[in-house]
Design a protein around this ligand. Structure first.
Ligand SMILES: [Zn+2]
Length: 236
């Protein structure tokens, strides 16, 4: 469950990412009444097994819900929650189709499982969290928006990369640059580590402050220039 909105007095519209159908919109009726059968299970970031009824409109109707993992450890800590909501918004924007994507679904469940266990780090900046950045880079990779950092996107040089060219989606060398985003060797290393590390270990990726900031700048640039959107949770 990635996001929900109030609908009328007692209902909620849910944006869900499912294993077998990808992104699905559903309405949960009466869910905001205290006596609702499954209201408490339909919290944002929870992992639920839903029974859905396909009505005549665009939205499915929830007819049953079984909790697989509540992820309340994530929801109850402000730092983890903020990291989780960034991940949820990235998922909604990068995978908007009603089409199954097993790797994206697996990445999402691993991200949420691991997020329950990371230290509560407030007042650290959630946008710079290594698990969150690793998840977003993996989603970019799966969406075909992988930042190209192995060589200069203009001339192919592999040495002397100094910047990032957002419109071209890759690094540029000293001769072709500088590009509008600074990219240091530390930043390249940080991104390569975040992409290569399994999500289960990404919380201990050991990024430097500069590495994490450059990774975030490139993730943002990829959304904006390759995806054509910005994440609300990253602009706060
Ligand atoms: Zn070049």
């Amino acid at each position: 469950m990635l996001r929900s909105f109030r609908l009328g007095e007692a209902d909620r519209v849910l944006h869900v990412y499912t294993a077998d159908r990808g992104r699905v919109g559903a309405v949960a009726k009466g869910v905001r009444r205290t006596k609702s059968r499954f209201g408490a299970r339909l919290e944002p970031l929870s992992h639920v097994e839903l029974m859905l009824h396909q009505g005549s409109g665009e939205l499915q109707t929830v007819t049953g819900a079984d909790l697989r993992a509540s992820h309340h450890e994530t929801r109850e800590d402000p730092y983890r929650l903020a990291v989780g909501l960034i991940g949820a918004e990235a998922m909604l924007r990068l995978f908007p189709e009603q089409e199954a994507n097993e790797r994206a679904f697996t990445a999402l469940t691993r991200f949420l499982d691991r997020l329950d266990e990371i230290p509560a780090r407030a007042p650290a900046t959630p946008a710079l969290d290594s698990l969150g950045l690793s998840f977003q880079l993996k989603l970019l990779w799966l969406s075909g928006y992988r930042p190209h950092l192995d060589s200069c996107v203009e001339c192919g040089a592999i040495e002397g990369l100094v910047g990032y060219h957002p419109a071209a989606g890759g690094a540029v060398c000293r001769d072709c640059g500088p590009g509008s985003i600074l990219l240091s060797a530390e930043g390249v290393r940080a991104i390569q580590t975040l992409v290569a590390t399994p999500l289960a270990d990404a919380g201990e990726a050991g990024l430097t402050g500069a590495g994490a900031r450059e990774a975030l700048a490139i993730v943002r640039a990829s959304y904006e220039h390759q995806g054509g959107f910005r994440l609300r949770t990253l602009s706060a």
